[in-house]
Write a protein that binds this ligand. Structure first.
Ligand SMILES: *Cc1c(COP(=O)(O)O)cnc(C)c1O
Length: 499
């Protein structure tokens, strides 16, 4: 069963929690009890496919779904042709004691696919189970990665419609092309005249407008969100920690039971929190190392216990980690305080009103035991991309490079020799401009198109351009609507063909 991190009384089934998304008191749904694995669970995972491992892990959390339902959801998400690696999330040995868990073989070349391919399957199944008839309208404001991953995940999924708003001049050319060429009959992509905050504020206003929502309900529509506050986006991510461990055992890199460290490039704290659940379930994890860029709010928090969002926002080479409010931290705090939802609620209220809160010493001690944290600058990130390519012939995207360097620094400073898995969150091709500049030492693409840049990068790193990115050049543009930010509510109604 699932409860709100802020204490609303009702316990919900997984299907109810996934269909609701966010708890009525503004909290996030958390499992009332974290399931634990028994002795042979890991042994049994070793010979299995990713899909089978996913079903085995998900069955422990989605106890109101039948095994057949879970298996069908998993097949729909990770089945034939969706991922360009048979292993779905392969583990690569880069050097002695350091491995990369590649989470970017899905349709959009970034790790959001791991969750956003499965969430729609879980949601549709949930709607059937609870008898919800309304059409679920997913509104997304995106700075790039989430929008495209949501479009791919919800494309032609029954009983759902997706409307993505992106800032007209605020996404990379590849990201824009990925979205405006999107195929599917249940989705719209709309450029907003403004920046990401304008798009996000517009979406939030729609969500919070009671009269507007009532009008939608009357027409059989219900708004929902695809971001990582939904339990259905978090639970798929627990799977790849288990799968990575099983792969290490299978390839005889470690013996069953030996602990490993995971280093996670972190923004909203969703990815690394999934690792925390895996550890609590009994997966042999020693440390979960939190890697940040110069938006180092989490480094400070995990080190000192003070969460302080009152700081300058930096645009970095790793834009998907340019975040000052890590919403999934709320779930961690709930568990670390032993489910003290009144305390969690108080901290979140302080964050809202003053922009900061400080946790108690015992809670901080628990964090210190598990979550080393550090950050690196853009300069160091670029140097890391270049160095790892030279020394190990392994290309890193900027987010993964942050994690790599934090892992190196941690190992040196702590003397901890535990095998390390770097959680790799994007293909280097997705951030080709930064990667090319790091590898060639030149600052600009010198007027090249994105596609020429992709081909040049392919030559330098001697790896093929992911087909979905290469194909963009020849795909027809299908979405051309541009709107002013104040017109977003009217645009949604128009897209839903309501008056
Ligand atoms: C979203 C994203 C992250 C951050 O993940 P969180 O779950 O928000 O911590 C890191 N790298 C890439 C490439 C991403 O798209």
């Amino acid at each position: 069963m699932y409860v709100s991190s802020r204490g609303a009384a009702a316990q919900l089934t997984a299907a109810q929690a996934i269909a609701q998304g966010i708890a009525p008191d503004g909290g996030l749904f958390v499992p009332a009890a974290i399931p634990s694995i028994e002795g042979l669970f890991l042994d049994r995972l070793v010979p299995l496919t990713y899909q089978q491992r996913a079903a085995a892990v998900l069955d422990l959390f989605l106890t109101d779904y039948t095994n057949a339902e879970v298996a069908a959801c998993v097949a729909g998400a990770y089945g034939s042709g969706k991922f360009d690696a048979a292993a779905v999330a392969p583990v690569i040995k880069v050097k002695e004691g350091t491995f990369a868990l590649e989470l970017w073989h899905g349709p959009t070349s970034a790790f959001k696919d791991m969750a956003l391919q499965l969430l729609p399957q879980l949601l549709v199944c949930a709607l059937k189970k609870i008898g919800e008839q309304a059409k679920i309208v997913i509104l997304v404001a995106t700075s790039g990665d989430t929008g495209k991953a949501a479009l791919e995940g919800f494309k032609d999924v029954e009983q759902t419609q997706v409307i993505v708003f992106y800032p007209e001049a605020g996404v990379s050319r590849i990201q824009r092309l990925q979205m405006i060429t999107q195929e599917g009959d249940n989705l719209q992509v709309i450029a907003v005249k403004g920046n990401f905050d304008d798009a996000q504020t517009g979406v939030k206003q729609i969500f919070n407008d009671a009269a507007y929502n009532a009008a939608l309900t009357e027409h059989g529509c219900k708004l929902s969100s695809a971001n990582s506050i939904n339990w259905g986006r978090l639970v798929p991510q627990i799977v790849y920690y288990f799968s990575a461990y099983a792969d290490l055992v299978k390839a005889k890199h470690i013996r069953q039971g030996v602990p490993v460290n995971f280093v996670v490039p972190t923004g909203n704290f969703g990815n690394i929190l999934a690792g925390y659940y895996a550890k609590q379930m009994g997966l042999p994890i020693n440390k979960l190392i939190c890697a940040s860029n110069s938006n180092n709010v989490l480094t400070e928090f995990l080190t000192t216990g003070l969460y302080n969002r009152n700081r300058q926002f930096h645009k970095t080479f790793s834009p998907s980690m340019d975040i000052l409010i890590s919403s999934n931290l709320e779930r961690l705090l709930y568990h670390l305080t032993g489910g003290d939802s009144a305390q969690v609620k108080q901290w979140m209220t302080e964050l809202n009103t003053t922009g900061q809160y400080k946790i108690a010493d015992d809670c901080l001690a628990a964090i210190h035991a598990l979550f080393p944290a550090a950050w690196v600058s853009d300069e160091v990130t670029a140097a890391t991309i270049s160095q790892v390519h030279k020394e190990h012939d392994y290309p890193l995207d900027p987010h993964t490079a942050v994690a790599w360097q934090v892992a190196e620094n941690y190992r040196r400073q702590s003397g901890d020799t535990t095998p390390v898995v770097i959680v790799s969150t994007a293909s280097p091709f997705k951030f080709n401009e930064t990667v090319l500049a790091a590898l060639t030492g030149s600052d600009s693409l010198a007027g090249q198109t994105e596609f020429a840049a992709l081909q040049e990068l392919a030559k330098i790193i001697n790896r093929p351009v992911p087909p979905a990115l290469a194909e963009l050049e020849s795909k027809p543009v299908r979405h051309t609507v541009v709107c002013d930010k104040q017109d977003m509510p009217a645009i949604v109604k128009a897209q839903l063909q309501l008056r």
